[in-house]
Write a protein of this length. Structure first.
Length: 193
C-alpha cells in the first residue's frame, strides 16, 4: 500500500469543523422534489370539495387563506431579516436573533398549513388561468423546498452556502405565492374578511 501525500494547496482541515458533504443535500433535494410532485399529483387527482377551512370571523375559505398567507408572509420577512443577521449580511446582533428566527419560522409554518390543506382539498391543482396554474406550481414547489430546507437544517456537514440558498428559495417562493393569491385577492375583492 502506498501512502498518499496531502495536497499542499488544500486548506488545512480544522478539528472543530466537520468535513462538508454534498450527498446528504442531494438526498434532501430529492425528497423535496418528491414532496412537490406528490402534492401536485394529489391536488390534480383529488376531486376538489369547494371548501376545506372556514375560520370564524372570515367570510369564506378564500378570505381565511388570504389573511393567513399575509400573516405568514410578515413572519417570513422576520425570518429573512434575522437570517441575514445570523449569516452576517446585515448589522444586527444579539442572543435574541436565533430564537426570533426559529419562532417566526414555526409560526409562519403553522399559518400556511391550513392554507395548504384548503388549497389541496377545496381547490386542487388549478390550471383554469395562468395565475392559478403558476400559483398551483409555486405551492407545490414551496412545500418541497421547505422540506428540503428542514432536512438540511439538521445536517452539520452541509456546505455553508446551502442553508442560506434554501432559505432564500423558501422565502422567494412564499413571496410569489403571496403575490399570486393574497395580493390578487386584495386587488379584486378588497381588504375584506
Amino acid at each position: 500500500m502506498t501512502a498518499t501525500t496531502p495536497d499542499p494547496a488544500a486548506p488545512p482541515a480544522r478539528a472543530d469543523q466537520p468535513a462538508t458533504r454534498l450527498g446528504p443535500v442531494l438526498v434532501a433535494m430529492g425528497i423535496g422534489a418528491a414532496v412537490s410532485i406528490g402534492l401536485g399529483l394529489f391536488g390534480r387527482l383529488h376531486a376538489p370539495t369547494g371548501i376545506a377551512i372556514n375560520l370564524a370571523g372570515f367570510s369564506s375559505g378564500l378570505a381565511a387563506k388570504t389573511w393567513l398567507t399575509t400573516a405568514a408572509f410578515l413572519f417570513a420577512i422576520v425570518q429573512l431579516v434575522t437570517g441575514m443577521a445570523i449569516f452576517g449580511r446585515i448589522p444586527l446582533h444579539g442572543a435574541w436573533l436565533g430564537p426570533v428566527h426559529r419562532w417566526s419560522g414555526r409560526i409562519a409554518v403553522l399559518l400556511v398549513t391550513p392554507v395548504a390543506v384548503h388549497c389541496l382539498y377545496a381547490l386542487g391543482f388549478q390550471d383554469f388561468s395562468s395565475r392559478a396554474l403558476v400559483h398551483s406550481i409555486l405551492g407545490c414547489l414551496f412545500f418541497g423546498a421547505f422540506v428540503c430546507k428542514m432536512l438540511v437544517l439538521t445536517r452539520d456537514d452541509a456546505p455553508g452556502w446551502v442553508l442560506p440558498v434554501l432559505g432564500g428559495l423558501v422565502f422567494s417562493l412564499l413571496t410569489a405565492l403571496f403575490a399570486t393569491a393574497a395580493v390578487w385577492f386584495f386587488v379584486y375583492r378588497g381588504f375584506t374578511f
